[in-house]
Design a protein around this ligand. Structure first.
Ligand code: GDP
Length: 441
């Protein structure tokens, strides 16, 4: 997810981070490097210009240049700007209560992932306790009805369809009647898409909108198409009116332009992202978490949420507290490694750790390597795990022997651990403790 952008921005920040003093020139150079990274990521030029101007203006202020840790201050400014471009706070769906039907229209071009996303959203709302009915109103794409039926049975959500139907409004009305009779509280309508925007499609969608009076009009757009996803959103919004956007294929090597430009250019929030082909691969979009990830501050909150699915809630909360505190130890890391191992999907988990994004090599992803790390920590005494600073050359040699590894491997692990701790401390200061962040100003 946004790997290239993340890598480039982190390189730019590295030139400034940790410096005791920075000059206006340092700031200009870093902003220039970030600007290039954003343009390469296909972010809209207007958005990039706005970012550059406001960041430079703010970063050159006295508060940054004279602060105790100007590099950190600068990163905080970049972070806040990114959050603003990504849409500030997470945007929820505006649905009615269970005593009446809420209607969601899913709009988008063919191939954008509309049908898949309809099922993904249905599964999500079902898990939240809603009683969902999917409606097959894409009467143009030959396989759409069948595809929705298959997905529906996979996720255990009924699909309303009318074989051979020609008029989506008629199908919708039939679905509404079924929903009322069977007390479904949420109707998700998969509508017709075309390969390109055309008037016939828009006219049909306007009719459907007027008949359904939906609570949500969600555009499904393919993140891989970069800026054209933003243009498509603009066109749909002008003709139909949108309440939000779902960006699909966010798992592929998207350059990120769409996510970063969408809110500023269209004013419409990004509500969800699709992160894979399976019905579960769907996440709400949290601007602050994504910004933290891009800046290499990690996404501890998401990590902990995932952890909560396998570890018990109390353990996860304790782990989160530990990760952001001074006394994160090798033992905690070992616990974390084991939790991660249990959770599967290594790459996405590791990327959420501070300082890990963009630094994950094939080797890191190798389960064997995790096993080595586990072996090394297991060969340490309790004291060593609690305080890694006491691990001198002779202890390293003993640990290497005990774990069947080499002194170099032990040293590498310790270095990595130290780096993680540093990142966590920084993140704790900036993100989790606004008072500390203010104190630094
Ligand atoms: P529609 O024509 O808009 O209804 O598009 P589909 O729902 O049929 O999706 C088109 C293709 O994109 C399918 O092969 C989906 O599996 C795939 N797809 C949809 N969403 C995602 C996503 O978030 N990630 C990935 N990797 N593939 C997706």
């Amino acid at each position: 997810m946004l790997e290239k952008l993340t890598g480039k921005i982190q390189d730019a920040l590295r030139t400034i981070n940790g410096k005791a003093t920075i000059t206006e020139k340092n700031i200009e150079d870093a902003v220039e490097a970030i600007k290039m990274a954003l343009l390469e990521a296909d972010v809209n030029l207007r958005v990039v210009r706005r970012f550059v101007n406001s960041t430079i203006e703010e970063a050159k202020g006295e508060r940054v240049l004279r602060s105790v840790d100007p590099g950190q201050q600068f990163i905080k400014i970049v972070h806040d700007k990114l959050v603003a471009f990504l849409g500030d706070a997470k945007q929820d769906l505006n649905l009615k209560g269970p005593d009446t039907q809420s209607v969601i229209l899913m709009l988008g071009l063919q191939g954008s992932g509309k049908t898949t996303s309809s099922a993904k959203l249905a599964l999500r709302l079902k898990k939240e306790g809603r009683k969902v009915l999917l409606v097959a109103c894409d009467l143009i794409r030959p396989a759409a009805i069948e595809q929705l039926s298959v997905l529906g049975s996979q996720i255990g959500v009924p699909v309303y369809k009318e074989e051979g139907a020609k008029d989506p409004v008629k199908v919708y009305k039939g679905a509404l009647e079924t929903a009322r009779k069977n007390l479904y509280d949420t109707i998700i309508v998969d509508t017709t898409g075309r390969l390109q925007i055309d008037q016939e499609m828009m006219t049909e969608l306007v009719r459907l909108r007027d008949a359904a009076k939906p609570d949500e009009l969600l555009l499904v757009a393919d993140a891989m198409t970069g800026q054209s996803a933003v243009d498509i959103a603009k066109a749909f919004d002008e003709q139909i009116g949108l309440t939000g956007v779902i960006l699909t294929k966010f798992d592929s090597d998207t350059r990120g332009g769409a996510a970063l430009s969408l809110k500023t250019i269209t004013g419409k929030p990004l509500k969800f992202v699709g992160v894979g082909e399976k019905p579960e691969d769907f996440e709400p979009f949290y601007p602050d978490r994504v910004a933290s990830r891009i800046l290499g501050m990690g996404d501890i909150v998401s990590l902990v949420e995932k952890a909560q699915q396998v570890v018990n809630q109390e353990e996860a909360a304790a782990l989160q507290k530990k990760m952001l505190s001074e006394d994160f130890t090798l033992q905690d890391w070992l616990d974390q490694l084991r939790a991660v191992k249990k959770m599967g999907s290594l790459q996405s988990m590791l990327e959420m750790l501070p300082g890990m994004a963009g630094q994950i090599s094939e080797e890191d992803l190798n389960k064997a390597d995790m096993k080595t790390q586990e072996a090394i920590i297991c060969s340490m005494t309790k004291k060593e795990r609690e305080n890694y600073l006491i691990i001198g050359p002779s202890r390293r040699a003993r640990i290497a022997r005990g774990s069947g590894t080499s002194v170099a491997e032990v040293a590498r692990l310790l270095k990595k651990f130290e780096k993680m701790r540093t990142m966590m401390k920084k993140m704790a200061k900036l993100g989790k403790n606004p008072k500390a962040a203010q104190a630094m100003m």
